[in-house]
Write a protein of this length. Structure first.
Length: 214
């Protein structure tokens, strides 16, 4: 594990930059088993140099609007994105996937998500919407395997020992219900952690919530 540094368009994030994203946000009042799994993971992660994501900042990235920063997308441009997302995902049926196993990685820890198919299908519809609203340059990365971030590391540590702790959690696979996507203005800020160390911390503002099967 090493210090996590967010990326934008292939380079390190600039402190204070804000970028529009499409995220899935868990509803832990509905998915109570997921809430318990996350709490157990956070307990295992607590001894490590990881900024734990509280319930209100847990997320799964569907896509980043990567052609420009959020400050260059005005109200009309944001409304174009909302309308395109409503058009492309409004008829999709909500679905249930599985969150888990927990995984320690070089940037902290996450929950794997499976099966891939409904998430890949949703991502394809979201990408079509973003391209319709802003053109092909809006997509500039593949995003990797679907996952839910649990926390971001701010120093080096032994990922193997954390993975061993996460493997002891049971049950390690729980339901995660997906019924809407969130268009958010996401920012990362570099905050002091003491001993001349810093950590990247995520915040966001909601732009719109787009339900599926509306």
């Amino acid at each position: 594990m090493k210090k996590f540094t967010p990326q934008f368009r292939g380079t390190a994030w600039q402190d204070g930059l804000k970028v529009l994203h499409v995220y899935l946000l868990p509803e832990l009042s509905v998915d109570r088993e997921l809430a318990r799994l996350i709490a157990a993971c956070h307990e295992a992660m607590a001894p490590y140099p990881i900024t734990l994501l509280p319930d209100g900042l847990l997320h799964t990235t569907v896509e980043m609007i990567a052609d420009t920063g959020a400050d260059r997308i005005d109200a009309a441009g944001r409304q174009d994105l909302v309308e395109a997302l409503r058009k492309h995902i409004g008829d999709l049926a909500p679905f249930e996937i599985t969150a888990g196993s927990p995984i320690a990685n070089k940037a902290g820890a996450l929950l794997d998500l499976a099966p891939d198919e409904p998430l890949v299908d949703l991502k394809g519809h979201v990408r079509d919407a973003l391209i319709e609203a802003r053109g092909p340059d809006v997509i500039q990365h593949d995003g990797g395997r679907p996952h839910m971030s649990l926390g971001y590391s701010w120093d080096t540590a032994d990922s193997d020992s954390l993975q061993s702790a996460l493997r002891r959690i049971t049950p390690s696979h729980v339901p995660f219900n997906v019924s809407q996507v969130h268009l958010l203005e996401v920012g990362f800020d570099e905050r002091p952690r003491g001993d001349d160390r810093t950590a990247w911390e995520i915040t966001w503002n909601s732009v719109a919530v787009i339900p599926m099967n509306a």
